[in-house]
Ligand binder design. Sequence first.
Ligand code: TRP
Length: 328
Amino acid sequence: MSRVFSGIQPSGELHIGNYLGAVKNWVTLQSEFECIFCIVDLHAITQPYEPAELEARTLEMATSLLAAGIDPERSTLFVQSHVPEHAELAWVFNIVAPLGELERMTQFKEKAARQESVPAGLLNYPVLQAADILLYRAERVPVGEDQLQHLELAREIARRWNARFGRDFFPEPQAMLSPATRIMGLDGAAKMSKSLGNTIGVLESPEAIWEKLRPAMTDPARKTRRDPGNPDICNIYRLHQFFSAPAEVTMVAEQCRSAGWGCLDCKRVLADNMIAALAPVRERAAALAARPAYVREVLAAGAARARRIAGAVMGEVRQRMGFLPAGV
Ligand code: TRP
């Protein structure tokens, strides 16, 4: 069974963009692959963050992932900083990672442009990501389109390390593109993202979901209730495609084009379907909230399992690179 690895930042609660774009797919992959899922706190600290919030955000992300259907009986779920080998392998990879390519990474350039003083950690972010994947010699990596460049670099790093230190030791990991990429935020203007405040959390109450959907952006050209709308450019219609049954999606498009429904009518149907689809996630989260120690236990067991693999791979890496073994 080939091994899958993926990571998610500890941003706190999962939103429907993360859920549709990544985690829902992870849940499905569990029945076909050996899956390792990692909450990447060492990546999160490369951008300005609040130390007092990191712990809670990490736990909240773990809780959301379990609520969304990550099954610790079948998959390994752990926190990156609990397995020190990630940082160790990233350091080793820094000596084969091409500086020019790191500087050309789109995400690096975008993030660097937003910061006054650019930390080297931001430049080396994709090196750590390569280490995450290769530490488990994972062959497949479910990611969104925005991570394809990082994955290409991980393959390059694997090739270069292999060429220098050990033929075919690291497999070249392949991306598995998630079926739903780039879920737009409620503003309809940018990708859904916690930092932009345009999200709906998977654990939000039915009332909160409605309060957020009600003012959400639709077809900007539809000025009044009587104007026909164009579903193809409406973000609410796009969300219908993920949450509503096919027959309903067809009806929504017809009602929009004929101005049979107003945008609020359309949003009400979406809200109902979204609330129903997320209900099991909310229920599991409530059950988890009643057992606060359980999430930490899952993460501890996950880290122990991850460390067993990581330790063995790192041992081989040290040997192939010629380090003096510790001890006598
Ligand atoms: N950079 C990824 C993101 O922001 C998160 C990540 C870190 C990751 N390490 C990874 C994804 C390893 C896949 C594999 O989404």
